[in-house]
Design a protein around this ligand. Structure first.
Ligand SMILES: Nc1ncnc2c1ncn2[C@@H]1O[C@H](COP(=O)(O)OP(=O)(O)OP(=O)(O)O)[C@@H](O)[C@H]1O
Length: 243
């Protein structure tokens, strides 16, 4: 089971504006925490702070429960697939190892490619794959990194609804046991995939997190469950109100 992550923030100002308020964020080990909130509230900023892509403000603390550093143990998946157009699928999935000067584990890469339903397409270039296939390739590349912490910034938002649904089910299985932060605008995605939902609510002193209750069951929850549909409506209303 992956360690948990805690981020204590004394607040964060950007461009002269209070973006995030003073808060402590606890992301449980081996679980998926979904972050939702209105556009511009600071979701990606929070993710970037955890990823080390922007400096922590003075007085902030970012810790993993095993006492180790997070740097080097994080896999990132964003809205864009960021596949390199001149590499084939296998080359893209094994890129991380080769950039680090290591010999990639091709067997594992092939198994992951198969697990995202792309077996037989190992030699295809990104331009020969559909948008949904490219996101599946990006998911395989993210998992190839085999990191305990996975940060996902709207990973499936550019994909049609049925493909997104399939990818969510796939991701829930493949991400099991990792500590995942998932930024999404999609209440259904959060309710299907998360063990915990945090809604970032804007406030004059900076946004602060609120827990949103989840229906019973483990991810991936079935979309047709009445309890999930009721939660979806409640979450949508809460997000509309927060905006
Ligand atoms: N480097 C920066 N300098 C100044 N302001 C910034 C910087 N980065 C982000 N911001 C501001 O911080 C706020 C939060 O941005 P962020 O991208 O985290 O929001 P978000 O909740 O992820 O939005 P969206 O849902 O639209 O992606 C925005 O008002 C943005 O303009």
């Amino acid at each position: 089971m992956a360690p948990s992550v805690a981020l204590s923030l004394p607040g964060l100002r950007l461009g002269g504006r209070a973006v995030l308020g003073a808060a402590r964020f606890d992301f449980a080990g081996g679980q998926t925490t979904a972050l939702l909130g209105p556009s511009g509230v600071g979701k990606s900023t929070l993710l970037r702070l955890v990823a080390g892509l922007m400096p922590l403000p003075q007085g902030a603390r970012l810790e993993a429960s095993d006492g180790g550093r997070l740097a080097g143990r994080i896999a990132w998946m964003g809205q864009q697939d960021l596949l390199l157009p001149w590499l084939d699928l296998l080359g893209n999935v094994t890129l991380g190892a080769r950039l680090r000067g290591r010999r990639p584990d091709r067997e594992r890469a092939r198994a992951l490619i198969a697990s995202v339903g792309l077996d037989g397409r190992e030699a295809a270039r990104p331009s020969e794959l559909s948008g949904g296939m490219r996101q599946r390739a990006a998911l395989a590349r993210t998992l190839m990194e085999d990191r305990p912490f996975v940060l996902m910034d709207e990973p499936f938002s550019a994909i049609d609804a049925p493909t997104r649904h399939r990818l969510q089910s796939l991701a829930a299985g493949l991400l099991r046991g990792r500590t995942v932060l998932l930024v999404t605008h999609d209440p259904l995605e959060a309710l299907r995939l998360a063990h915990r939902i945090l809604v970032l609510r804007p406030a004059p002193g900076g946004a602060w997190p609120e827990d949103h209750p989840l229906p019973h069951g483990v991810p991936p929850r079935a979309a047709h469950e009445p309890a999930l549909m009721a939660s979806q409506a409640a979450l949508l209303e809460r997000l509309a109100e927060a905006a």
